[in-house]
Design a protein around this ligand. Sequence first.
Ligand SMILES: O=C(O)CCC(=O)C(=O)O
Length: 257
Amino acid sequence: MTGGEQRQLDERGFVLLHGFISPQLLEELRAELERVYAAEGDKAGSEFRKEPHTRRLANLADKGDAFLRVISDAAILEYVGCVIPGRFKLGSLNARAPNPQSEWVQPLHCDVGALPDEKGFWVCNVIWMLDDFTAENGATRVVPGSHRWGKYPQDALADPAAPHPDEILVLAPAGTVAVINTHAWHGGTANRSGGPRRCLHAFYTRWDKPQQQFQRDLLSEATERKLSPELRELLAIDDEFNARVTLADPLRSGFLK
Ligand SMILES: O=C(O)CCC(=O)C(=O)O
């Protein structure tokens, strides 16, 4: 990570890594996503909450080796470590694609309703862009610097779904990865285009906070058998403290009920 990237994460709350996903991996991830969408049909995304006018998938750590490579990419984990110093774990791996020709806008939110606490920042979302993110197709918006405000958009704004005067649209070609301190106010915009806007969300959280999806229960035996010790740790499979805090507060979203 360069000094400039570190500064962007600190000051704006996000950094873009252009061309991070190789063309081969991009094709593989797109094909894998479509395979899972087709296999799951109406059940797609059912391990988590449903979002209107949006195709979602959840629990992707259980659904293919390519996804395990995504969550454990060493370079990305270094960026995550700059947002969440010390130990962290995967909270969830989801896919999200706002439906084409839709007016649906996600309200600005902090992931899992997270405000920084006395130990600092504890959430980081890494968006793997599988299509170009454009002004027409529902690019993510972020309000720069809002990760330091310690306030919820739903408390501070009359309408968190309305455009914010300071928001930045995260515009970038397919193959880019965005690392976002998701205490920052952010959300998906409307996909008014006729085409897809697919991405993966690899969500990481500090070791002492709940996972968004309880990986130990959600992973099949076949997936668990192939996990390296590093992946077991990242997924908090053997972590009894994680089991307790996660089961006490499961499936938390910053805006979905
Ligand atoms: O997909 C996006 O553009 C952002 C999604 C997001 O923030 C969420 O689903 O919590």
